[in-house]
Write a protein that binds this ligand. Structure first.
Ligand code: HEM
Length: 249
């Protein structure tokens, strides 16, 4: 038990649970309307799921560009699985409250507009990926799968992240706010710079390419990631953009 308490992963999971509880209690105290309470809580859990997921994703590129044996990076790497599990935990809370609290559960499904259902389907697929990644995050399962296959499976997390990005963009009400868009874009840009740097370093070390070639890989990857991120909002419509009076509260 003493060892468990000292364990960073355990501490992180406990803090995640306490944070979810604290948020639910504080919002309950300060928000009068039940409907608004449900909506705000669901939104807060949704954004926390994204934030934890983001941290779980950014650990690998940070490790790749850090000096070997850096003790902070080692701790971060150790904590990564608990960060991923926390992301899944918040996503489950978000989806459960949104589906049963805000959207009236299974009885409401037939009334959803098609566009809205598609977005929820993206969210559901994203959630299923998070479930697979959480279930396969235990040491015994990693050993069973072998590290190589486990890593390949976890790379699918990037695909799930794109679907959830679409889900949030399509139905998120808060995402219409410019300040939130700026924060999200800044965080994504940081992740993309690190990921592009990691990829170009990989090419340089593995294929012994010249500096110019490596720099080209960096620029192309960064341009591709930024282009995709900015293209989605201009191609995909926001549900609330056209249906302000139909907002689900
Ligand atoms: C079965 C799965 C899911 C369901 C049923 C669901 C449901 C919903 C609904 C109904 C909304 C609209 C909320 C509103 O208008 O206030 C929403 C938005 C959102 N969802 Fe999900 N979701 C699911 C999966 C996910 C996952 C996996 C994540 C993150 C990892 C996520 C993160 C978010 C975020 C951040 C928003 C934006 C909140 C806002 O700006 O209003 N969702 N979701």
């Amino acid at each position: 038990m003493y060892e468990l308490k000292k364990n960073l992963r355990f501490k992180l999971l406990i803090s995640t649970f306490l944070l979810s509880l604290l948020l639910a209690i504080l919002m309950y105290i300060f928000i009068d309307s039940h409907n608004v309470y449900i909506t705000r809580l669901q939104q807060a859990y949704g954004y926390l799921a994204l934030l934890y997921w983001y941290f779980a994703l950014i650990v690998s590129p940070i490790k790749a560009i850090s000096p070997e044996n850096n003790k902070y990076v080692k701790r971060l790497l150790f904590a990564r699985r608990a960060i991923g599990v926390s992301a899944f935990y918040f996503a489950v809370l978000h989806a459960t409250i949104a589906f049963f609290g805000q959207l009236e559960g299974f009885s409401g499904i037939s009334y959803y507009p098609r566009y809205f259902s598609v977005s929820l389907l993206f969210g559901l697929i994203g959630l299923s990926f998070l479930l697979v990644m959480t279930v396969t995050s235990f040491d015994k399962i990693v050993d069973f799968l072998t590290f190589k296959k486990w890593k390949l499976l976890h790379r699918l997390g990037y695909f799930a992240a794109i679907l959830v990005y679409l889900h949030v963009w399509m139905v998120g009400t808060y995402l219409g706010r410019t300040w939130l868009q700026i924060i999200i874009l800044a965080l994504l840009l940081m992740l993309f710079v690190l990921e592009s740097w990691r990829l170009s370093n990989y090419f340089e070390n593995r294929y012994k390419k010249t500096r110019v070639f490596t720099f080209l890989i960096f620029i192309l990857t960064l341009a591709l990631l930024c282009g995709l991120t900015l293209a989605i909002p201009s191609i995909v419509e926001r549900y609330h953009g056209d249906h302000e009076n139909l907002e689900v509260h």
